[in-house]
Write a new protein. Structure first.
Length: 385
């Protein structure tokens, strides 16, 4: 076990941080407020090889893993330019296609996912299912050599940026009548596919959508992996999601902490910087500790995932996500509190993080569901639901 970051990781971290600094939080927030996408940042990140750093080299990726993609996410978020679609497109969709897709699917989708010229959204959450993915009702039924998909999805990120959505649906087994989850690549311009924006009180360029699928017809090769794979194939894509959510939250915590530290060192009251007061310095020190602990668990989760230990990664990724979310919310709250009224101004760039950091506690999985998982899977306690 080695806690010294390899030179290639340090170099990647520095390069991504430089890209984030080039654009900065003002660019990110201006895009959000003006209804623009962060296209310039996304394009340059793709050209530099950051977006597909985790995808196989033979399909244009960097040939690395989730450890490296998490670095990209963390450093961009720490620069105030966190890209939500990094969680979805290369991490969830890219990993699933790389692991379970056919050769043809890999050739069709992975090069574009790797360089950012293709963006893919991920559709799992439904209005009446929420955290219970066992209750998904979107169905896929065979029609000759094709599939027909019908159902609804909600809180699907970045559909307006995506050329396709990886939809989680259920196929009906003719023998048993039971429903089983399966994954389908659905183009966003397919007939019968409709997306509607969900208005959110968030300063974020990437929007949330409700999806309506009305007998959307896709070819037989739109199915990724096996229709009989069950939940195992689905959750192989959810571990990367939790790792990336952790990386985003760690980055947000670092961003807010850096802003707070700079302010309290500069702000002078009664002839001394307010950082000299323990009421100011101790909460910030605690946030630093909590952020570093969350980062270590995130790195453990990424390492386990990259080694092929899906079950070990699931435990660590859930723990990391909870810890990182708590650290991010505390960091933003303390940054605002340390700055007083200045913390709520546009000038200091922290106020937009209040809502963005709070998302980390509820998405992609709530802290309560993580505690349920740890209680049952790690401690062997009985289910409460």
């Amino acid at each position: 076990m080695n806690f010294v970051e390899p030179a290639e990781h340090a170099e990647l971290r520095a390069a991504v941080a430089a890209l984030g600094a080039k654009y900065g939080p003002k660019y990110f927030q201006d895009c959000a407020r003006q209804g623009r996408k962060t296209d310039e940042l996304w394009k340059e990140a793709g050209e530099l090889g950051f977006i597909g750093v985790n995808l196989p080299e033979e399909y244009g990726g960097g040939g690395a893993g989730m450890a490296e993609l998490a670095i990209v996410m963390e450093e961009l978020a720490a620069s105030g330019t966190g890209l939500l679609m990094l969680v979805v497109s290369p991490a969830i969709c890219g990993n699933i296609i790389a692991r379970f897709g056919t050769d043809e699917q890999k050739q069709r989708w992975l090069p574009g996912l790797a360089d950012g010229t293709i963006t893919m959204a991920f559709g799992i959450t439904e209005p009446d299912a929420g955290s219970n993915s066992h209750m998904i009702t979107t169905t896929a039924r065979r029609d000759g050599d094709e599939w027909l998909l019908s159902g609804q999805k909600v809180y699907i990120s970045g559909v307006d940026q995506a050329q396709a959505v990886l939809i989680v649906a259920r196929t009906e087994d003719a023998k048993t009548g039971k429903l089983k989850p399966a994954l389908f690549i659905v183009p966003t311009d397919a007939p019968g596919f409709e997306a509607k924006v969900i208005e959110m009180e968030l300063v974020n360029p990437e929007k949330q959508f409700a999806l309506f699928l009305d007998d959307v017809r896709v070819p037989g090769d739109a199915l990724v992996g096996s229709e009989d794979a069950g939940l195992s194939q689905l959750f192989a894509g959810l571990n990367p999601e939790r790792i990336m959510a952790s990386a985003s939250a760690v980055g947000m915590a670092r961003y807010a902490l850096d802003k707070a530290v700079a302010y309290v060192n500069d702000r002078t009251v009664w002839k001394a910087p307010i950082a000299t007061h323990q009421a100011i310095s101790h909460p910030l020190a605690k946030i630093k500790i909590d952020t570093e602990m969350a980062k270590l668990m995130m790195q453990k989760a990424a390492s386990l995932y990259d080694s092929g230990d899906d079950w070990g990664a699931a435990e660590a990724a859930n723990m990391a996500k909870l810890a990182a979310a708590d650290a991010a919310v505390a960091a933003v709250d303390q940054a605002v509190h340390s700055m007083g009224g200045n913390g709520l101004t546009v000038e200091y760039g922290v106020a937009p993080m209040i809502a963005l950091s709070r998302i980390a506690k509820i998405a992609p999985v709530s802290r309560e569901m993580i505690l349920n998982f740890v209680a049952q899977a790690s401690l062997g306690l009985p289910k409460s639901y």
